[in-house]
Design a protein around this ligand. Structure first.
Ligand SMILES: *Cc1c(COP(=O)(O)O)cnc(C)c1O
Length: 458
């Protein structure tokens, strides 16, 4: 067979018209969300007070295997998709490995990550519903940026609660969001009740995603014609991200590429879930034995050291309860540089797949992540986001194993974004001051102690 091109693009005609609803393929479904007051499964009506109607419908859909991408969203996607599937020839040479390495690169849009895929969809549905305002949180800033781009396109007002450490580390992120018309509030803030409470208990906190979520939720329910949108974790976000996996699958079929290993980084699980969707569906059906690996930071190890339990999605304990791998909603991870991976929980779908043995998980330390990021930048030319470099590191580890065993495996990893706004992290790495934080078992026990007691569900 002819050499695979360096970059594989799809034509406009080849672009996927359907997202994949992974739950419809799963033999056992994830547990339902529970109302924390009654411990009964959340109804659509309850969820619609917080979330857009169509997104609630998608969240609760466990039967339709494919969901059509509306034309209004496909038109938005055309501005920056397809994203390339790149054969990492230069990295392969650098590592002297017989493995074939590919990466699906989601960093080609201005927001710099995959998050625009779900932002576009969520804002489109908000607009269809006649909403005028959305609130959200942002950790590293990518989600807020993506959402501000989508809100500008569909003409919706946006308030972004940005984790305080990120807003300090990344002032330019804030500037980009504001350029697209979004309003940025550093979290915890004094604009919400929960923000004021957290500030009074932890005046020096740099904030966390969980805490910013609480503030955004509170503001959404108190603002007219407003809903809250979330950039990860939820099933409908993973659904929208399956555009990544769909494009990857089509590109693979076009060039006869058969992955042995698929790797993604896992914060809330959305880019990973989106990438693996078509492949895990085949694996569940027993038609493939592809290995699938989620990579997380050792500083926030929800899959590898968390508990599979019902927990809140936010620090303020106001969200529905979700059954997921979690470190406890009170766990505030140390300030690692991969802001997008600092979430205490994990997507309920990914959690269930992991619990049922379909996927593996690996935790890695940030200095090794930046070692890998630097090798990649110098060989492939792209400066990766720290989050994405977690997947990259695991892909390199697998490729190096192939060098040792002589196996010619095909590895695909998700390069979820670029790191141009993460230069404080690169400065810290380059100057040798970066340190690795690994929570002790006692640290984790404190988080687990705060898990809600859910009757008859464990
Ligand atoms: C937000 C983000 C992540 C983590 O989020 P997931 O929902 O786990 O995908 C990973 N990479 C980048 C570049 C991000 O911006």
């Amino acid at each position: 067979m002819a050499n695979v091109p360096y970059k594989i693009y799809l034509t406009e005609e080849e672009m996927p018209k359907y997202w994949i609803n992974m739950k419809a393929f799963m033999k056992e479904k994830p547990e339902p969300f529970l109302n924390p007051a009654t411990f009964q499964p959340c109804t659509a009506e309850e969820l619609e007070q917080v979330f857009c109607k169509e997104l609630v419908k998608q969240e609760q859909n466990t039967t339709d295997k494919y969901i059509e991408i509306p034309k209004g969203i496909r038109d938005f996607y055309k501005m920056y998709r397809p994203s390339p599937l790149v054969r990492a020839y230069c990295l392969e040479r650098q590592l002297d490995t017989p493995a074939e390495i590919y990466y699906k690169f989601e960093g080609t849009n201005t927001s710099g990550s995959h998050k625009l895929n779900s932002a576009a969809a969520q804002v489109y549905y908000a607009k269809e519903q006649g909403l005028t305002h959305l609130t959200t949180e942002t950790g590293a800033g990518q989600w807020g940026t993506a959402l501000s781009m989508a809100c500008a396109y569909y003409n919706i007002d946006l308030t972004v609660f940005m984790v305080k450490v990120s807003s300090q580390q990344k002032p330019y992120r804030k500037a980009v969001i504001e350029t697209y018309g979004g309003k940025v509030v550093a979290s915890p803030s004094d604009t919400t009740e929960i923000g004021r409470k957290i500030l009074s208990e932890h005046p020096d906190t740099g904030g966390s995603l969980g805490c910013a979520i609480s503030e955004a939720l509170e503001t959404a329910v108190q603002t007219d014609n407003c809903r809250y949108v979330l950039g990860s974790v939820l099933d409908h976000v993973l659904l929208h991200q399956t555009i990544i996996g769909q494009e990857t699958r089509i590109a693979c079929e076009k060039h006869g590429i058969k992955p042995d290993i698929i790797i993604g980084c896992t914060g809330g699980g959305s880019n990973f879930g989106g990438l693996i969707a078509p492949f895990i569906s085949e694996k569940i059906a027993g038609k493939s034995d592809v290995r699938i690996i989620g990579v997380e930071p050792a500083s926030c190890p929800s899959l590898t050291r968390g508990k599979y339990a019902y927990d809140f999605g936010d620090t303020g304990k106001t969200s529905p309860l979700m059954k997921m791998y979690t470190l406890g909603s009170g766990f505030i991870p140390s300030p690692s540089h991969a802001g997008g991976l600092r979430f205490h929980g994990m997507s309920p779908i990914i959690s269930k797949l992991y619990n049922d043995g379909y996927i593996e998980a690996r935790a890695v330390e940030q200095t090794s992540v930046f070692d890998a990021a630097t090798v990649f930048a110098r060989s492939e030319g792209i400066l990766p986001a720290p989050e994405s470099a977690h997947a990259l590191l695991a892909a390199m580890e697998e490729a190096i194993k192939c060098r040792e065993t002589g196996e010619k495996k095909t590895i695909i990893f998700g390069l979820s974004g670029t790191g141009y706004f993460d230069m404080a992290a690169y400065v810290s790495y380059n100057s040798g001051t970066m340190v690795d934080y690994i929570p002790t078992d006692e640290d984790l026990e404190k988080g687990f102690a705060g898990l809600p007691k859910v009757p008859n569900r464990e």
